[in-house]
Design a protein. Structure first.
Length: 167
């Protein structure tokens, strides 16, 4: 049996999270990390997609968001609940069959998230795979958020980032 080389290390979820925190704290840059581990900057940036937002496509208003170290269904649920409370004042006050459009991230397809969306009386719609331009408003907001908030500030912890975001 061939043993894997000591030089080859797997990018586990914990290791990815630690790398993202290093970028957020300003200890390294995405390009530097990518170069040192023979990865692309796009791969590194995909790991940073732990920010979930809910945007009204008509008013372009950010109604809800959640920031976590790990992308889970609970993070998306929190953003959705915050958006519903901001817009309607209650979790079940949305018009019948209101459309909720998002990408094909595994978070939005989880049983837990789909059950919550159905419970709130919302209708889910997924964009066509590999066509982020269909969800351009959210994609651009997330890019701007990363450029003007994440990469310009040095945070000691995820809690510090949340506090600054709320300010």
């Amino acid at each position: 049996m061939n043993q894997p080389s000591e030089d080859i290390k797997r990018w586990t979820a914990r290791r990815k999270a630690a790398a993202i925190i290093e970028i957020i704290k300003g200890k390294t840059a995405a390009a530097e990390l990518a170069r040192s581990h023979a990865l692309t900057v796009a791969e590194i940036e995909r790991w940073m997609d732990d920010f979930v937002s809910a945007i009204d496509c008509c008013t372009r208003e950010v109604l809800g968001y959640a920031l976590k170290r790990t992308g889970r269904a609970k993070t998306a649920e929190r953003a959705l609940e915050e958006a519903l409370l901001a817009r309607f004042g209650t979790l079940r006050g949305a018009p019948p069959n209101m459309l909720l459009c998002h990408d094909n991230g595994w978070v939005f397809g989880s049983r837990l998230y789909r059950a919550l969306v159905n419970d709130f009386g919302l209708k889910q719609e997924y964009i066509t795979p590999y066509t982020p331009q269909q969800n351009g408003l959210c994609e651009r907001f997330i890019k701007t958020f990363k450029e003007e908030f994440c990469w310009c500030n040095h945070f000691q912890s995820i809690d510090q980032a949340r506090l600054k975001l709320r300010a």
